[in-house]
Design a protein around this ligand. Sequence first.
Ligand code: SF4
Length: 233
Amino acid sequence: MSEVAAQTTMEEYAVSEACIACDACCNDFPDIFIMNPEHTRAKAVAPSPKGKFNPWDIIYVCPVDAISLIKGELPPAPENKKKAKVEDLPPPEDNRPWEVRWAEAKKRGPESEWDRMKRYGLASELEEEVTKYQIRFALPNRVPDHQLKYKWNLPEVMPDYKFDIKLSQNGKTLFVKGWLEDDHVKKLCGIANSFPDRFYREIILGQSAKEVSFNYNSKDKVLDVFVEKAAIH
Ligand code: SF4
């Protein structure tokens, strides 16, 4: 392949000084980006073959718009993937400057271990009865504190998660997957401590089950999973 042809089939990216070292690009596109040893800024270290990724997927992974395509053709931005801009959010009810609200939040001190566990789907309790299991998951009520939460005017109340809940084929394991869809709040994932945008639990059941259903209470942020045991023959 000629050098010219090689150039036109590769896409190159750059990271600007706006990078806040959140690791998102390095985690999602490790062949292209690495973090510097001081962990202060990502760097694009390799080009990517054209067609391997949609450049918008790479550009949109960055919460602070620090990534740009510097070699290659940028296709039109996909309509269904328009990046949520923090500027689109309504102003907060508390209209004091964000620095003041952040300073006040810091006085609350560190959050509890239970609150942190909620974001991993680990704040759960299992009750067993003769014919069923009930597993109650406490989900996060608040968006975790970080200065960018206040700078970006993110909401205080955590948006609802989506769920995929099912049993394994043999009915002995319960799979619970939850994920955030709010593009504004998701910008904080990977930046705020212990804040993944999804969780996944596998719960081994002592007795095989035949059916699962669930009820989610959005007001209290509580997910109840009901598992009906299979009859023992
Ligand atoms: S996603 Fe953006 S902010 Fe995060 S490390 Fe990469 S360039 Fe930096």
